[in-house]
Design a protein around this ligand. Structure first.
Ligand code: PGA
Ligand code: MG
Length: 229
């Protein structure tokens, strides 16, 4: 399956990309910030292997999962819980310093973005990462010049798997359902695309809460974005 094949009408179209685990391997930075937060609170660090499985539902859920130390922990405490608020503030401060330091762009990403741009496509990042961290990370990775728009987890009142952020980006870039595709690494991305009625590609190399992405219902599943060229 090529990207061109996913567009039901002709190029140019709109391509929406998830960020963490799709464009950039940012887990090393996120894990370092989570561990700094835990140590600041007098708790033992958890390390990258656990943090990788906690990324994808935004910073608040990441921090809640780290405090509870389990992947499927559903936020049970009120949002104004003092420990959570402290932890979130410490995490934000730590991640602000670390963001982009250890992260790397995945193989195949640049070639895919270049090909889409070459066809006149508009490109957007649609991530659950808070907005304030998107531009610094894209700049640090040298990816910022590719994108016409970015939508973060706090840009709207809802985030993925809600379809609204995808539809917001699609409409802002003049796309339609026949000319827009979503590319992501987790169930949040694929569920959002399916709910939005958009074709979607899942990548196997990212973070999906430790689960395979093969059965999520994506139109294509790839090991590298280079496979789409
Ligand atoms: O959970 C996050 O903070 C970001 O995740 P995403 O870029 O994969 O949406
Ligand atoms: Mg992701």
């Amino acid at each position: 399956m090529s990207l061109a094949g996913l567009f039901s009408s002709r190029w140019p179209g709109v391509a929406l990309f998830d960020l963490d685990g799709t464009l950039v391997d940012s887990a090393p930075d996120l894990a370092a910030a989570v561990d700094q937060m835990l140590e600041h609170l007098g708790r033992s660090p958890v390390g990258i292997d656990r943090v990788r499985d906690w990324v994808g539902n935004g910073a608040s859920v990441l921090v809640r999962r780290a405090l509870a130390r389990q992947t499927d922990w559903e936020p049970a405490q009120p949002k104004d819980d003092a420990l959570f608020n402290d932890a979130l503030a410490i995490f934000f401060h730590a991640y602000e310093q670390i963001n982009g330091q250890h992260a790397v762009v995945y193989d195949g990403v640049e070639a895919c973005l270049a090909k889409l741009k070459g066809h006149g496509c508009k490109l957007a990042v649609v991530t659950n990462k808070p907005e304030q961290f998107i531009a610094p990370l894209l700049e640090q990775m040298g990816l910022d010049h590719w994108f016409d728009l970015s939508v973060g987890g706090d840009t709207l009142s809802v985030k993925k798997p809600d379809p609204a952020p995808l539809l917001h980006a699609m409409e802002a870039l003049g796309g339609t359902r026949g000319t827009t595709v979503m590319v992501g690494d987790s169930s949040a991305d694929i569920d959002a695309a399916l709910a939005a009625g958009l074709p979607c590609v899942a990548v196997r190399y990212g973070y999906n809460f430790g689960q395979s992405v093969d059965a999520l219902g994506a139109d294509a599943v790839v090991d590298s974005l280079a496979e789409l060229l």
